[in-house]
Design a protein. Sequence first.
Length: 158
Amino acid sequence: MAEKQAVKKSTQRSSKSTTRKTSNGFTAEEKAAMRERARELKAEASKEAGERDLLGKIAEMQGLDRAIAERIHGIVNASAPDLSPKTWYGMPAYAKDGNVIFFFKPAEKFKARYATLGFSDKAKLDDGAMWPTEFAINELTAHVEERIAALVTEAVSE
């Protein structure tokens, strides 16, 4: 009996020693994004549900963020209609075979200076030893729209 208690105490001490707090915690925005992601994982079902969620997130946006997100959605539908629209950490995103390829991060969501179009490691944008994975967008021009379409097409290329 005493031997079992000694083993138990030893096990308890070793598990306590490996549990350390290494950060100051998450910000309110990070916590909200994690809650959104948990909801998204539970709700992932069909392309229609994903598009409904994505359009709902776009509808919640204001001003330039909303205009850019709406236009990106149109560009994606024209350039890569096989992608599945969805939300990812509460942001509009597009996936291929269940993997997020790129996402739109509105400026307002993280109180940033500009919105960004970000690409995951699944995007086929590799260019040598270093290449950008996120692009700032502060104005929609014909040139910017063409660049977005080209990046989307390249990102999903085989």
